[in-house]
Write a protein that binds this ligand. Structure first.
Ligand SMILES: Cc1ncc(COP(=O)(O)O)c(C=O)c1O
Length: 452
């Protein structure tokens, strides 16, 4: 309901009655239709509102075996039904994206990359959904690998990051594949494996132009030769990582691939079995088919997001995550009255401003201030004034708004859509950072598109 159904122009009523002068006088609480086009409606629980659209909703619960030190999984409790800000994850889209990737790269195998809380989508549910369909699972840090093992993931899991200190026994205890980036580390792994009476599964990491971890391509033979002398290490794989596969100019990416292929000749020259070769991230999967080799490592595209605006869209994917909130407040702001900290925005005419309970404390970046848009009732509106820690304001001009109205921060509503790439463009960053920064205080709500 809104005031346009009253017959008179609500906008006029507001100003004639002088009702825009203070926030206390602006809201009505379930009384007659709002004099300013806004009144409180009871906020309904998420699952009630979503019932017609969803067949089931899974709430991701924290496993009792997981300590906060191990992983920051979103904590969902019954009280989250009153939380006005949440992220929806469409598990059906996740599975479909994986199928589309698999079809595109076949016969290459697929390692799903689920680091950083599965790019903000929630590691546990993502792993449970697509883990069984993956050939390999890739994480960045040891804790993520242990978390997945404790969750019951049986697929091979590799930790792609560097190893430090005395971590090696933990890897072996949890049957995790290690990334070996130096001869010293390889020998340490061999020694620990010998003591534990196990064989360590390792992938050699070759740096072909990223200058991150990995032995340089021009000295890779030292690592390859060292591995041959060790009895407690199985070199199951060998890999490298692209620095620039998301660019339109693929010259550097091709150079990296050539360097990697040169490193691989070691096995041919010495008539040795070839380890699993992998190099392609999402951008390379899309733009550089010759880099698919034996296995690919899709991260962001698994979640339905293209790595950058300019990459070729050779695989059709759909975003799995939508980020939503609700209008919690309304006020009419007079001309010349600035909004929010720092008074960075003001209107030269009276406007209707709604407050949305999401802020940089949820991962909605402050750099989005005065740049972003949101969708309310299928229409896009600009965010105005500085984004605060927990709240932000949106200018709905002369339109009507209700307490409880759904606000789409990322996602689709009617014909309108806002993507993670849009937010990235507005914030001057990349969609990866947008997704992985959606804070754990934002509950994740999972659903499938099953019709039964
Ligand atoms: C080693 C490695 N492989 C694969 C990926 C997945 O990359 P993307 O999300 O671009 O597909 C990453 C992510 O940064 C990575 O570090």
């Amino acid at each position: 309901m809104n005031t346009t159904s009253q017959g008179s122009d609500p906008w006029e009523v507001v100003f004639k009655q002088g009702l825009m002068s203070g926030e206390g006088g602006i809201r009505t609480h379930g009384g007659p239709k709002g004099h300013n086009g806004f009144r409180d409606r009871p906020i309904q629980p998420l699952w009630h509102l979503s019932e017609q659209r969803r067949n089931y909703i899974l709430f991701c619960a924290r496993s009792s075996t997981i300590t906060p030190m191990q992983i920051n999984e979103p904590v969902i409790s019954s009280s989250d039904s009153v939380r006005a800000t949440w992220a929806e994850v469409n598990l059906t889209r996740l599975s479909r994206n994986l199928q589309a990737i698999r079809a595109h790269v076949a016969p290459a195998r697929v390692m799903i990359i689920v680091k950083a809380n599965a790019y903000g989508h929630g590691l546990a549910e993502v792993a449970k959904t697509v883990g069984p369909q993956a050939d390999y699972v890739g994480v960045a840090v040891l804790e993520e690998g242990i978390f997945l093992r404790e969750l019951g993931v049986k697929a091979p899991i590799i930790v792609l990051g560097g190893i430090w200190g005395d971590q090696v026994p933990q890897y072996l205890k949890h049957d995790l594949t290690l990334t070996a980036s130096s001869v010293e580390r390889l020998e340490q792994i061999d020694g620990v494996a010998a003591k534990m009476g196990v064989k360590a599964r390792v992938h050699l990491k070759i740096d072909t132009g990223m200058e991150r971890i990995g032995v340089h391509y021009y000295s890779a033979h030292t690592l390859q030769e060292a591995a041959l002398k060790l009895n407690n290490v199985e070199v199951e794989g060998i890999y490298s990582h692209f620095a620039n596969a998301d660019m339109s100019d693929l010259t550097h990416a091709r150079l990296q691939l050539e360097r990697f292929k040169e490193v691989l000749r070691f096995y041919e020259k010495n008539s040795l079995p070839m380890p699993i070769r992998h190099m392609a991230n999402s951008a390379a999967i899309l733009q550089l088919p010759e880099s698919h080799l034996d296995m690919v490592r899709p991260g962001i595209m698994l979640y339905g997001v293209y790595p950058a605006a300019q990459v070729l869209r050779t695989v059709e994917i759909q975003p799995a995550l939508a980020w939503k909130s609700r209008v919690v407040y309304f006020k009419v702001v007079r001309a010349g009255h600035p909004v929010s900290y720092g008074s960075t925005w003001q209107s030269d005419h009276p406007v209707r401003i709604v407050t949305v309970p999401v802020g940089y404390g949820d991962g909605y970046f402050r750099s989005l201030s005065n740049r972003a848009q949101v969708i309310i009732r299928n229409q896009k509106y600009p965010q105005v004034g500085r984004v605060c820690m927990d709240q932000m304001m949106v200018n709905i001009e002369a339109d009507s708004g209700f307490n409880g109205d759904e606000v789409t921060l990322i996602g689709e509503a009617g014909e309108a859509a806002i993507t993670a790439q849009d937010l990235a463009d507005w914030a001057g960053t990349i969609p990866y950072e947008i997704l992985t920064n959606i804070n754990t205080r934002v509950p994740r709500v999972y659903f499938t598109e099953d019709k039964n």
